[in-house]
Ligand binder design. Structure first.
Ligand code: AR6
Length: 326
């Protein structure tokens, strides 16, 4: 080997060796820091969201129900006021209650009519499909339909790279070396040490999962998984269970999932939500896993996924007792 190439060889070896050492040392150092010390390293600075501030699905439903009751009570008060005003019209035709009459924002009876008409809509096909699939799961996997797991799951709307949590899942490609979508966002926020650690994983097969440090992310760990390209429910289901199994192996408590495969990889959103919810429910019921972890968070970035999860979550994770008939 010529002297020139020898120098290049040593130089590269040095850099790679240094970098290899860097990620291992840095990963261990960061994981040993207190949470206050780690917060100084976050790429998102103060914009992180603590996992304890993300309500469980059960809490969210309860608070929405309370809001609904309050708004119905307010509406009733306004309607009563209007009725009183009408009754107070004096002989000359003037109302004695101008404040109500002049308030352009006062809701009218029309609002009630609207709500009533949407409540009787038929289920769309994707809801019918979910109900049928879930009933089949209950029989096939002997799921306990009465087991209330609504406080084991949460919905978080926003950027997964902001979550201060044990693990966030990356919807990666087989190289694990970065890409677009959520993968790009996670690599940018974690920094280059995630790339260097991932290089040592030697890739990842579809449906499998690999664990790395979170580095400059508020999440302690990144769990990279590779979703299917297109609609392959078995592979997508394995993504969820592989990540959850890793979580348990590492004795971690909380994990957040993006909507794996529904972006660049083109999995239809309603079908992907169906698989995600049922796979998580099945895993939580298996071997009492729900008692070993705190929370599984569904991180929803797009409005369409928020709309879909809002309709599908109550079927797989009902807050009250499981309806006798789905
Ligand atoms: N936080 C949470 N969710 C996000 C974020 C974010 N910051 N950014 C996007 N999403 P995708 P895939 C949502 O395309 O379909 C990459 O190039 C997004 O709205 O990121 O599994 C990889 O390298 C969508 O709901 O992942 C692979 O080559 C979801 O994340 C390929 O894309 C997944 O969309 C993987 O494709």
């Amino acid at each position: 080997m010529g002297i020139f190439w020898w120098h290049i060889y040593l130089y590269m070896g040095n850099i790679l060796g240094q970098n290899m050492k860097d990620w291992k040392v840095e990963k261990a150092r960061i994981l040993a820091l207190t949470v206050e010390e780690r917060r100084k390293l976050y790429t998102c600075r103060e914009e992180f969201v603590k996992i304890e501030n993300v309500p469980t699905w059960a809490e969210q439903v309860k608070s929405e129900e309370e809001k609904q009751v309050n708004s119905e009570e307010e509406k009733k008060t306004v309607e009563d006021d209007e009725k009183n005003c009408a009754e107070n019209v004096d002989v000359g035709g003037e109302k004695s209650c101008d404040s109500v009459k002049d308030d352009a924002t006062t809701p009218t009876c029309d609002v009630k009519t609207d709500t009533e008409s949407t409540a009787v809509e038929n289920d769309p096909d994707w809801i019918k499909q979910l109900k049928a699939d879930f009933v089949k799961d209950i029989e096939e996997f002997k799921l306990d339909a009465k087991l209330n797991l609504s406080s084991k799951v949460s919905v978080f709307v926003g950027d997964i790279t902001k979550l201060e949590i044990d693990g966030i899942v990356n919807a990666a490609n087989n190289s694990l070396l970065g890409g677009g979508g959520v993968d790009g966002a996670i690599h940018r926020a974690a920094g280059k040490l995630l790339y260097l650690e991932n290089k040592t994983h030697d890739g990842c097969d579809d449906g499998e999962a690999k664990l790395s440090g979170g580095y400059h992310l508020p999440a302690k760990y990144v769990v990279s998984t590779v979703g299917p390209r297109g609609e392959h429910p078995d592979v997508l289901s394995r993504c969820y269970t592989s990540c959850l199994t890793l979580l348990l192996e590492k004795s971690l408590k909380n994990i957040a999932f993006p909507c794996i495969s529904t972006g660049v990889y083109g999995y239809p959103n309603t079908a992907a939500c169906n698989v995600a919810l049922r796979s998580v429910r099945r895993w939580l019921e298996e071997e009492g896993n729900h008692e070993k972890i705190d929370k599984v968070v569904f991180c929803l970035f797009l409005q369409k996924d928020q709309d879909i999860y809002k309709k599908m979550l109550p079927i797989v994770f009902p807050v009250g007792p499981q309806p006798a008939k789905l």
